[in-house]
Design a protein. Structure first.
Length: 281
């Protein structure tokens, strides 16, 4: 089972490296690689910046699927780790941190799930490439798993059904909650950074969601303003980077998998922000 755990961790880390490197290369206008940048843009572009007649696209409203997967998978991981701790009487700080990180991720994906239904009103004509869609689904599988990959064998046991769940007693739950409250100071600082980015991303998404009605009335593109839009052109991307930076801080920065996830988030969002800014201006 240890080999299975190491295999999962290695796969996750390799996936983030292979996903980040092409985007990092495309961020720089290197000679002879224009075709590569164009091909990559064809996959990641969506909505207003996607100008493609390819049939290999799906409605942008399919973003909803990302958050369904994110909520379900994060919940499974969270319940499996918590159940493992209760059943085996494991109350170490590292396990508590993994549960803590998954709780923060749960807060994030639940909010994005809510926004996909009540905040964003995607245009019926808005599309995204099918490869971008599939990669998005994969992202919301690997991202939560990256937060707890040190306990991959236990998660694998739970998901594969090899381990039965037992009802923990009150004393066990109280012991785990007590240890949870004794998390290192950097876990709470990371949580504060996470929530700072979380609140501002919510505000920025609400601003973006309100623009569709304004655009319809004025029959022209309306430039968003308010909150972090007063300082950067893509503040919702900036807030996302802050959110994942908070997760890194909350983890203590000792897990390579989480650093690789953060590197992917930064590279992907910086690249997307560059293209959005070109479209706006």
């Amino acid at each position: 089972m240890e080999e299975v755990g190491l295999g999962i961790v290695s796969f996750i880390r390799a996936a983030w490296i292979f996903a980040t490197l092409p985007i990092a290369v495309a961020c720089f206008p290197l000679p002879g690689l224009g075709w590569f940048r164009t091909a990559l843009l064809g996959i990641i572009k969506r909505g207003k910046i996607l100008q493609s007649k390819s049939k290999l696209t799906v409605p942008q409203s399919f973003f909803f699927h990302f958050y369904v997967v994110g909520v379900l998978w994060t919940t499974i991981l969270l319940v499996s780790l918590w159940s493992y701790a209760m059943r085996e009487h494991v109350y170490n700080v590292w396990l508590s941190q993994a549960v803590f990180l998954l709780l923060l991720m749960e807060v994030q994906v639940l909010r994005r799930f809510y926004e996909s239904i009540y905040v964003f009103n995607y245009s019926p004509s808005a599309r995204m490439h099918i490869l971008g869609y599939l990669l998005g689904l994969l992202y919301y599988v690997l991202a939560p798993l990256s937060l707890c990959c040190n306990f991959a064998p236990q998660v694998f046991d739970f998901v594969s059904g090899r381990v039965g769940m037992s009802r923990p007693g009150f004393d066990n739950i109280w012991m785990f909650v007590t240890l949870f409250l004794r998390l290192p100071w950097y876990a709470w600082i990371g949580a504060a950074i996470f929530l700072w980015g979380w609140v501002h991303q919510l505000r920025c998404h609400q601003i973006l969601g309100s623009l569709r009605d304004k655009t319809k009335k004025l029959e022209e593109y309306v430039i968003p303003n308010g909150d972090w839009f007063e300082y950067v052109s893509s503040p919702h991307y900036t807030a996302e980077i802050v959110i994942y930076g908070g997760l890194v801080v909350a983890s203590g920065g000792s897990d390579l998998s989480l650093w690789l996830l953060f590197a992917f988030v930064v590279a992907n969002l910086v690249f997307a922000a560059m293209e959005t800014q070109k479209w706006d201006f």
